[in-house]
Design a protein around this ligand. Structure first.
Ligand SMILES: NC(=O)c1ccc[n+]([C@@H]2O[C@H](COP(=O)([O-])OP(=O)(O)OC[C@H]3O[C@@H](n4cnc5c(N)ncnc54)[C@H](OP(=O)(O)O)[C@@H]3O)[C@@H](O)[C@H]2O)c1
Length: 320
């Protein structure tokens, strides 16, 4: 029984790490670095041509939520759950087309204001530029969601250093710098909320996913500490650590191939993840793991000794 539960834990957790972005790791990096459609710096939005003229509609006093990585996947689902609750939104991503599509859908369905900013969050200057944009306009910002991140299926020992640096910058540095840069505004609009998106892969070391699990573990530790640091300032900090979420066809395929029916049962649809993330963030929950099976799996991973779980991950990882 014990052996079986250990195998299940290892299997699910490894899958979670693998499922992250399928084989997209390299492509995303190359996209970000070379795709001319992706502005590597600066803001571009429907307002970009006259950004100094942007005025927040004073007749609409609803507070704003900023979703970093809010055009697709879990970030979009979070944005939708916020729009349902009548929060105005600032969405950030690299591609203008998906941002515009998200804005149009949300504005027409929920009658909220959606501002869009094109930024590569992995770039050093992005956090300060985004915060400056918000501060100059005195945005009534009450919620910050650090969602953007990526993983991959390759052995990280074989990845180029630039790819690893990009992962660390996006998964860890962008969440930390955006949080710090926006703290003055969040404090001004307190009570306010921060949600950092980690992963179940952050609960234990995963040899074949060394850097990904390390970055997500950093996000978890950062969130726990920050929660204590900010509790007297009226800012609540939460951390979302999902298992598999079907945001891309590759993740569905990986789930079927590696976990079969149980994996399909454990996966939580993006829309539900977004809803749970927003509801529990507003309830000031620290750790949020959507789905019952994922919650049980996460619990077991967290109580197992590290040397046990890491060796299970290693064995299971080598079989694939
Ligand atoms: N899906 C899962 O199974 C799963 C499980 C556990 C944890 N997570 C975590 O949840 C988060 C979201 O995952 P997801 O599956 O929803 O991802 P996704 O579907 O690929 O969406 C990622 C979002 O972030 C944006 N983004 C990506 N790189 C960016 C960059 N460098 N700068 C600015 N925006 C960027 C994307 O837009 P652009 O491409 O236009 O930039 C998109 O809006 C990640 O942190 C991931 O590690 C996911």
């Amino acid at each position: 029984m014990k052996k079986l539960s250990l195998q299940l834990v290892a299997f699910f957790s490894l899958f979670n790490a693998n499922a992250q972005s399928g084989t997209l790791t390299k492509n995303i990096l190359l996209d970000a670095m070379f795709d001319s459609n992706i502005p590597l710096a600066g803001y571009v939005s429907e307002l970009s041509n006259n950004s100094n003229e942007l005025k927040i509609d004073s007749s609409n006093s609803a507070p704003y939520a900023l979703v970093a990585g809010g055009s697709k996947g879990i970030g979009y689902a979070i944005a939708e759950a916020l729009a349902k609750r009548k929060y105005n939104l600032i969405l950030i991503a690299r591609h203008a087309d998906s941002l515009i599509a998200a804005k149009n859908k949300l504005e027409s369905a929920y009658q909220v204001h959606v501002e869009i900013l094109v930024h590569d969050l992995a770039l050093e200057e992005s956090a300060v530029e985004i915060a400056q944009w918000c501060i100059e306009r005195d945005i009534p910002l009450k919620l910050l969601f650090n969602v953007a991140g990526f993983g991959g299926t390759q052995d990280y020992l074989s990845l180029p250093l630039d790819t690893l640096r990009y992962m660390v910058r996006l998964n860890v540095e962008s969440a930390i710098t955006l949080t710090y840069a926006l703290l003055p505004l969040l404090e001004k609009n307190a009570p306010s909320y921060i949600l950092n998106v980690a992963s179940m892969a952050g609960f234990a070391p995963i040899p074949v996913k060394n850097i990904y699990s390390a970055t997500k573990s950093a996000v978890i530790f950062f969130s726990y500490s920050l929660r204590y640091q900010l509790r007297d300032r009226g800012i609540s900090v939460s951390c979302l650590s999902p298992g598999p979420v079907f945001t891309k066809p590759e993740i569905v395929k990986d789930t079927k191939d590696k976990l079969g029916w149980f994996g399909m049962k454990m996966a939580v649809p993006p829309k539900r993840v977004g809803e749970i993330a927003v509801r529990k963030t507003l309830k000031k929950r620290m750790m949020i793991v959507p789905g019952t099976l994922a919650t049980i799996t996460a619990f077991i991973i967290r109580i197992l000794p590290r040397r046990v779980i890491v060796s299970i991950y290693d064995k299971v990882g080598k079989k694939q």
